[in-house]
Each structure stands twice: as structure tokens, then as C-alpha cells.
Design a protein around this ligand. Structure first.
Ligand code: IMP
Ligand code: MG
Length: 181
């Protein structure tokens, strides 16, 4: 783990190590696996771009071979804060009617993206809808939205790494870093 990371002139310090992340990914994976049960052939919906690394680890840990993986893309952030305006950039191509779906997101901040996405996906009549997020900032909520599965609850500070970005950068980092105060 690097001591400091500087992106676009902002400095970030270590927050969650890759080992600690993987511990919680495994815990969430076993919760999802036992809730889905043996007979389910779920569709995992990865929210691009931020969730791609979490989703890759989580889906492999869940270990259900009879699953499909689909992608949607939403955007609401500019720089280090939410614009409050959520846009769908890429929709779903997979048929989810009658399916158990698990949405996989990197972080729930205001909850606006989550609420919009669930609303959009429910129109396609899935059997069940669950929401898994790597990170949750409950104090930033503007919606009261509660994810079904949370790896880490964190204070409302800007973080990056393990898929999360600052203006598209630093998603590659193995660990998660928080903005220096
Ligand atoms: P929400 O709609 O406000 O809940 O925002 C969710 C989206 O904002 C996430 O999918 C992220 O793309 C982005 N986001 C929120 N907080 C952070 C952060 O601390 N670092 C990087 N991206 C963030
Ligand atoms: Mg995102």
C-alpha cells in the first residue's frame, strides 16, 4: 500500500487495505449465496464504471455457476461531489423478467442513483431485487435508501481506489484511500 496518492492535486491517505476489503467481500458473498438459495439462477447487475472490480471479486466468491452477469451505467458525480442529477448512460440488454436480480454498486452516497436504478429495473418485472454495495455513506442519504448488503459503512468523506475514481482516475488501486483532511 502506498503512503499517499495524489490525483488532480488532491492527496489521499490509506483507508481500507485489500485484505480487509476481501474479508468483507467474502462475508457479503456468503450472505447473498444463502439468501438466493440453491435453486436460484440469478442475474448479477454490475453498475459501471465503479463497481467492476467489486463485482468481479464478489460474483466469483458467491460461486453460483448458473448465473448471468449484466451491466448498466449511471452517472451523477462530477469531481468529488454529487450533482444530484442521475443519468442512465447504458441500459440493460439481459432479460430479467421473473429472475432474482442482485444489483452490485460501488458506493451508496445520497442514494439517488440506487433509487432511480431500482425503479428502472422493476419495470422489467424481475422476481426479486436485492442491492449489494461495497460502501455506504448513511450520513449522506437524501432518500433513506437502505442497501440489502453492505461491505463497509463509512463517514461522508471522498474515497477512491478498488474501482472508485476521481474524475475517472485511480480505479486501479488495490486498496481504498480517503481524502486527506
Ligand atoms: P449517489 O447517487 O449519490 O448515491 O451516488 C452514487 C455514485 O456516486 C456512486 O456510484 C459513485 O460513482 C459516486 N460516488 C459517491 N461517493 C463517492 C466517493 O467517495 N468516491 C468516488 N465516487 C463516489
Ligand atoms: Mg458509480
Amino acid at each position: 500500500m502506498e503512503n499517499k496518492v495524489t490525483i488532480n492535486g488532491l492527496t489521499f491517505v490509506p483507508y481500507l487495505t485489500h485484505d480487509k476489503i476481501m474479508e468483507q467481500v467474502k462475508r457479503v458473498a456468503s450472505e447473498i449465496r444463502s439468501d438466493l438459495g440453491e435453486s436460484s439462477d440469478p442475474v448479477f447487475i454490475c453498475v459501471l464504471n465503479g463497481a467492476f472490480i467489486f463485482a468481479a471479486d464478489l460474483i466469483r466468491e458467491i460461486g453460483i455457476n448458473d448465473c448471468k452477469i449484466a451491466f448498466v451505467r449511471y452517472a451523477s458525480y462530477e469531481g468529488t461531489s454529487s450533482t444530484g442529477h442521475v443519468r442512465q448512460l447504458t441500459g440493460l440488454t439481459e432479460d430479467i423478467a421473473g429472475k432474482d436480480i442482485v444489483i452490485i454498486e460501488d458506493i451508496v452516497d445520497t442514494g439517488l442513483t440506487a433509487v432511480k436504478m431500482i425503479d428502472d429495473l422493476k419495470k422489467q418485472n424481475p422476481r426479486t431485487v436485492k442491492f449489494a454495495t461495497l460502501l455506504h455513506k448513511p450520513e449522506s442519504s437524501k432518500t433513506g435508501f437502505e442497501p440489502d448488503y453492505v461491505a463497509f459503512s463509512i463517514p461522508p468523506k471522498f474515497i477512491l481506489g478498488y474501482g472508485l475514481d476521481l474524475d475517472g482516475k485511480a480505479r486501479n488501486l488495490h486498496d481504498i484511500y480517503v481524502i486527506e483532511e
